[in-house]
Structure formats: C-alpha cells, structure tokens
Design a protein around this ligand. Structure first.
Ligand SMILES: [Zn+2]
Length: 590
C-alpha cells in the first residue's frame, strides 16, 4: 500500500510539475527542478569537455529553444572551443655518466615536470643548492659557478624553510627556479626533494596547471637516492649537504664529476568543450543593435581532481550552488524576457559557459570569437553561486565599472537585501573575460560556504525561495539597463596585478589574455592611467622581456616585476604584430 500511494503521489507531482515548469515567471519550483537536474548524479559534476557536460549543454539549449530564443552562433546554440584536457608522457629518458652509466627508469627514478619543454639535452652536471639567486637577500646559489649549457641539480623549497614569511619564499616556485636556471644559460634543471620528504620521496604527478610550458629548458625531478649516487664518488652526503646550506644560509654549489643526457616529452592533449548561447532581438530601431549579456558557467569539477577541497575517495561533485544555481538563473531570465520580447528595446544574449573551473576558458574563448563586435555589448551580468541566500546578504562585484551601477542597485532593492558592493571588474568568475574587453559588468553572488568545491554542494541545500528573490532582483536591474535610453558608461577600476609575489608593491596595470599559447605574456588590455598604459602598451602586445628577464609566460612576468620597486624605470621589449618595440615603463606603487 505504501508503495502504491507513493506512486500515485509521484504521478500527481508530475502533473503539477509540468504546469509550473513552463511558467514564464521566475518561480522557486522551476528553480528547484532545474538545479535538481543539473546537479544530479546523472550529470556527474559536468566536467568540461565530458559527455555529461555535453548533455548539460543540450539541456540548456533545449530550454533556450523552448523559450523561443534564437541560436547565438550562426544558427547553432553551441560554440565549440579547444582546451588542453590532459598531459601525457611521450618519450622520456635520463642517463648519467660518471665513469659508468646510470640509466634511470621513468616514474621510478625520475619524471619530467608538467611544464617542461620538449627537448633533448646533454651536458655536465652542476649541483646548485636551492637554485636561488637573490642579490637583495645576499643569497646566490649561482655565485662563482658556470652553468652555461650545463644541467643544474637543485633542491625544492628554500634554505629558510622553517622561517615563516622568509623573503626567500618568493624565489622557491618551481617555474621560477626553472626560468632563473635558463636565464643563467642552463640547458636543464633537475629538482630533488629536501630531507623533510625523504621517507616519502614522491615524484610529481603529471597534471596540467593551466599555464604554458617554460620554454627552452628541460625540467625533471629525480629521486634522492639518484643524487646520492652522483655525490658518493666525491665523498659527499646529500643530507649533510642540505644541512650545511640551511644552517649556515650559505650556498654550497659544486660542479659534479658527471654528465647527463636527458630527453623530455610532455604531450598536451587537446579536447573540445562547449558554450551555449541564445539571443532575443530588441525592437527599438536604434537601440536593438546594442546587447546586454546575461551569463553563468555550467561546468563543475566532475569527480573532483584539481580544485576540489574534498579529501575523501573520488566522489561526484554535484555543484548545485556552483553553478547549477547561476545556470538556472540564465534559464529563468531567458524565459522571462522571452515572454516580453515584443517590448524589449535592446537585444539580449544569454550564455552558459564551460571551462570556468579550469580558468575561464569558455568565456575567454567566447569574447575573442563573439557573434557581434564586442563594442556592441553594453553590459555583462554574471551569476555564479546564487543559491545559498542567507540573512538576505547579497554580494555584488563590478559596482565600480560604471557610474550607473550603485544607483540602480539601490533603487531596485525592494527585496530587503543587505548589499555588499565590490568595485572591481575582475574577479573569480566569467565576468572578468568581458571586463577585459572594456564592458561594464555586474556579478551576483550569495557568498561562499563550507560545501564549496565539495561533493556536499548538492541540490538539497539550495535556498530556492532566496534564489527566486535574487533572480527577480537581477531581472529588474537587467530590465532597466535593456530599456534605458542611455547606455551605461564604462569605468576602469584600478587593479592589483595578481601573482605569487605577494611582497611586491609594484603596479604595472596589465590585463592578461589567457587565450592561446604564446611565447611571452600576451595582454588582453591595460588599465587606464597605469604605467603600462602610459608607456603605450595595448591589447594584443606580447611582452617578451622585462628589464633583463626573458618573459615566456605570465609567471615569468609576475616574478620579474617582483625585482623592482615603485619609481623604477624598466625597459620592456614587446612584440606587436611582426614588430619588436622597446618601451620604457615607470613603475608605480599599488
Ligand atoms: Zn563557479
């Protein structure tokens, strides 16, 4: 009996559900149903480029079609984009010669690092301590040794490892050490764990970190016992060597009586994923050629992998709040605006991006392959994690990107939201890609929580009442912008150059372009009034040298600026189209 009743009850629910799901209004029932599906185990966490990601994309496209949106991409709701989905080992080998031959075995004795260039190198071996060269800190492992065309072996970390906030910490990054070695002329760098890891002397996992390789240098890690074999003929002990450096804070670099031949090949495997887009055409003769974008990412972490904050066995990361909630926001707003499409002045694009969790890949590709010139986009509204409204607290980013925003946000707040404003146009979600194109942005967010990036971010913890309010609020704001006579102005908000050089107080004002694999640091733009802008740098420029440092990627750049202080003048080499141009940049304080 119990079972029968529940079947009848279930079928009643289906009937009433189908009546509410197609309501043009924004309703908590529809919100609940969309999130429940998008965050279901069936979709396995919607990892970018997977079959489940594609199924979610199709669900979104069907909803757009049902609401009556036009396909945004040349008759299609889908935009394909390429991305690097994984790294694979190609041919890799490492041999040492010190009178006899020592052949290492891949994954047992050595491994190439994920960001190693693909090269075959041969040369003498030099032990160079921690591989740090810092005049300011009076510490230089490269002093008095010649590493030109040689291969350096260095410890990970830095000699101050037990001192919190050591100034040497900023030189300990593996990419940074590799760049330093290369700039000193080394053909390769070999990393070795320090003694704190000696019982568990693990080799690196081959995982893509989202950035380009360090060019023109082979980078590998070897086990500690391999280094000990090379030290033994010189009567040296690896632990004593490390201790001497860390206790005295004095480098102790030695040319070893050995040479090596190293072959590195790390293959970047390319896959495709999808953005989904629909459009409503406005009706005003003049204004319909202007567009408002409403967007959210629909990808999540799949079964975890990198970026998960969960420590247990592999589990589906359902991503209900992050970001089935925002995706649902796009669906509900699309349906609502579609029901009023005869009264819209401006046109609206609705986008669902993937690749966000891997680094804004989808939105970055989209703004560089946009259906109309991006100058015609007057505003981008982004929603990422809007399903956990608590105590009426709503956070809005981008409030400084147009002079209009704070007034509109306050005027339309008939919902009693306690609003927190953050002026910055760049932030940890897809609106950044649009702001990089000088488009005013608004980003709505109900705040982070302990389920963030964990399997427990599931549909049953969503506050669909709260989300209904948030979406009605976003609707009223979007509606105002879409139908207003004037277009919102754009303001450049000053921004800190992010990076690992937290001790650097230097401001350059560059905006990165993450699309594509270039040798150098490519600019998506520059902040108005910044040193970069005053020096004449602009979008599309590729910085290849900063002072005396070669720049192969954004990491090199971030590390390079750390060597300067506000007021310094630096010569910067850039590539613009086919020309090389040198400019002088006067650095400012943050
Ligand atoms: Zn997100």
């Amino acid at each position: 009996m119990k079972k029968l009743i529940s079947i009848i009850f279930a079928s009643l629910q289906v009937v009433s559900f189908s009546q509410v799901i197609d309501s043009p209004e924004i309703t908590k029932e529809e919100i609940y149903q969309h999130i429940k599906y998008l965050a279901s185990d069936e979709l396995e966490g919607r990892f970018t480029g997977t079959e489940q990601c594609r199924i979610a994309a199709e669900y979104i496209a069907k909803e757009f079609e049902k609401a009556g949106l036009q396909p945004a991409f040349n008759g299609s709701y889908f935009q394909e984009f390429p991305f690097i989905s994984e790294l694979k080992l190609g041919e890799n080998s490492c041999e040492f010669f010190d009178g006899k031959k020592i052949t290492l075995s891949i994954n047992n004795d050595f491994t190439p690092l994920p960001f190693s260039d693909n090269l075959t190198i041969e040369g003498k071996v030099v032990f160079a301590g921690f591989g740090i060269s810092s005049k300011e800190n009076n510490y230089d492992d490269y002093e008095g040794i010649d590493v030109k065309n040689k291969i350096v072996i260095v410890f990970r970390n830095h000699p101050d490892v037990n001192t919190p906030h050591s100034p040497l910490e900023q030189f300990a990054g593996l990419r940074y050490k590799a760049t330093v070695a290369r700039d000193k002329g080394a053909a390769g760098i070999i990393f070795v764990n320090t003694s704190d890891k000696k019982d568990d002397d693990k080799l690196f996992k081959l995982e893509y970190d989202g950035a380009a390789k360090v060019k023109r240098i082979s980078i590998i890690q070897i086990k500690r016992d391999v280094l000990q074999k090379l030290l033994s003929p010189l009567n040296l002990n690896i632990e004593e060597l490390e201790k001497q450096i860390t206790e005295n804070k004095r480098p102790n670099s030695i040319e070893l009586n050995a040479s090596t031949k190293i072959v590195t090949e790390v293959i970047e495997v390319e896959s495709i994923s999808w953005n989904v887009g629909g459009m409503l055409k406005g009706n005003d003769e003049k204004l319909s050629d202007e567009y408002v974008v409403i967007g959210a990412h629909f990808d999540h972490l799949g079964w975890g992998k990198q970026n998960s904050l969960y420590l247990g066995e592999p589990a589906i990361h359902n991503g209900a709040d992050d970001n089935a909630s925002g995706t649902t926001g796009v669906l509900e707003l699309a349906e609502k605006f579609a029901s009023e499409k005869n009264n819209l002045k401006r046109s609206i694009f609705f986008f669902a991006f993937s690749g966000e969790e891997l680094g804004l890949l989808g939105s970055s590709y989209l703004v560089n392959h946009f259906p109309v010139p991006t100058e015609k986009v007057i505003t981008m509204i982004n929603m990422d994690m809007i399903g956990r409204l608590k105590d009426s607290s709503l956070i809005v980013y981008g409030t400084g990107t147009s002079t209009n925003w704070k007034n509109i946000l306050n005027d339309k707040n008939s919902f009693g939201f306690k609003l927190t404003f953050n002026d910055e146009g760049f932030g940890p979600s897809d609106h950044s890609s649009f702001y990089g194109k000088k488009i005013p942005v608004l980003f709505f967010f109900t705040g982070t929580h302990t389920d963030y990036h964990k399997p427990s971010d599931d549909y049953d913890r969503i506050n669909s009442d709260g989300q209904e309010k948030v979406l009605k609020y976003v609707y009223s704001i979007a509606n105002e912008i879409i139908n207003s006579e004037s277009r919102p102005d754009y303001l450049a908000v000053e921004r800190k150059d992010s990076g690992r050089m937290t001790t650097s107080r230097v401001w350059v004002g560059t905006i990165p372009d993450f699309a594509g694999d270039v040798d150098g640091y490519k600019l998506g733009g520059v902040t108005e009034g910044s040193p970069a802008a005053l020096a004449g740098l602009k979008a599309g420029d590729i910085i290849t040298r900063f002072g005396d440092k070669k720049i192969s990627n954004i990491y090199d750049f971030t590390y390079a600026i750390g060597n300067y202080k506000p007021g310094d003048k630096v010569k910067v080499l850039i590539k613009r189209a086919d020309k090389e141009i040198e400019v002088e940049l006067e650095l400012k304080a943050r």
